[in-house]
Design a binder for this molecule. Structure first.
Ligand code: ZN
Length: 359
């Protein structure tokens, strides 16, 4: 089934190119909520910015489909007298990829451009021959002569920094850029809402389409919204590692490949009956899928939903992704469509008051 249209792709670009750092997701959330508004009966925003739409509000039985809205970023942590900026992480930002990257510093006067500088190859000799980037030695240069000028430009400790990077396509089949983790998930669940509206799909329960904040620092947005909604079922989507590219270790990290379909995870937090429903839905609709296992936790919002409200039947449908937490994350067009389609098919197979008791 072909899902991504010209209109939905232009939403995808707009949404991915908006900034949504953890704790500062509003810009992206506005775009997302505007897009889903025509497809849902209600829209809501919680205190910390988690956005959700509801189809069929008011039913006792509640099903959630969820993605996380936030992207990793940096905070300004220190400004030196000569005007260089040191950073700390906001989420799992990668110091190794920082040098030579362009950045946007978000200030009340607007965006201030900067770069992560790095000493030239010529001068790295002796004990510095193997100098490598660490959180302690990376720094941003905004072209200021000293600390006073930095401050006059509107940059202060606590300003958010994002990489200056835009979404693009490779070989007409891969989307490439930053924050595909997990704005691609937000895109998929928005497309599910659109499909339900377009196909006039009747659901015997209230469906909550949730784009949660603050996943990257510990599943916090999902925790909050799970308590607010008190769902019976949660189908979560996030990204997972493609292990087919160089330097990955498939024996340890699982055998997963972009283009081979959504990844279905086995883990204690994943409810086995819901997992069965997901697999049956994939088989019935001839959607390709891959399997992964997680020891202890899945590291996704699945765990936050599963262990909330005295237990919520939860499952995880993941999008394989290359180069996670870099500025060149890659996701395959077909996987994005198949994740969307699989969530949609699962929703059609969840019955009124679906019972997930094991016996
Ligand atoms: Zn992440």
């Amino acid at each position: 089934m072909k899902i991504i249209t010209k209109t939905s792709e232009s939403f995808l670009y707009k949404y991915l190119n908006a900034t949504s750092p953890t704790g500062y997701e509003a810009e992206g959330q506005k775009i997302w909520l505007d897009y889903i508004k025509p497809f849902v009966d209600e829209v809501h925003l919680d205190t910390y910015g988690t956005a959700h739409g509801v189809i069929n509000p008011g039913k006792d039985y509640k099903v959630v489909i969820e993605a996380h809205a936030d992207e990793i970023s940096w905070f300004v942590n220190f400004i030196s007298d000569d005007g260089y900026i040191s950073v700390i992480r906001n989420g799992g930002s990668d110091h190794i990829i920082a040098p030579s990257k362009k950045v946007n510093i978000h200030t009340s006067k607007g965006i201030i451009k900067g770069v992560f500088g790095w000493p030239a190859i010529h001068v790295r000799s002796g004990k510095d021959a193997n100098l490598s980037p660490s959180i302690k030695n990376i720094f941003i240069d905004i072209g200021a002569k000293d600390k006073d000028e930095v401050i006059k430009m509107g940059v202060h400790v606590g300003c958010i920094i994002t990489f200056d990077e835009e979404l693009h396509k490779l070989n007409n089949k891969y989307y490439v850029g930053k924050a595909l983790d997990n704005k691609m998930g937000g895109f998929c669940i928005a497309e599910v809402a659109r499909l339900i509206k377009k196909n006039k799909t009747k659901l015997p329960y209230s469906l909550y389409i949730v784009n949660a904040v603050q996943e990257e620092i510990g599943l916090r947005g999902a925790e909050m919204i799970a308590h607010r909604i008190k769902p019976d079922v949660a189908l979560v989507t996030d990204v997972t590692h493609d292990t087919s590219s160089p330097l990955m270790k498939s024996k340890e990290q699982g055998d997963l490949k972009c283009g081979d379909g959504p990844v279905i995870t086995y883990a204690p937090a994943v409810h086995n009956k819901l997992l069965e429903l997901v697999i049956d839905s994939a088989k019935k609709a001839k959607i390709p899928f891959q399997r992964a296992a997680s020891s202890r936790s899945t590291g996704t919002d699945t765990d936050a939903f599963a262990y909330s409200n005295q237990g919520v039947a939860s499952a995880l449908i993941s999008l394989p992704l290359k180069y996670m937490h870099t500025t060149v994350e890659m996701a395959h067009h077909d996987d994005i469509e198949n994740v969307t389609n699989l969530i949609y098919e699962c929703l059609k197979n969840i019955k009124a008051n679906h019972n997930f008791k094991y016996f």
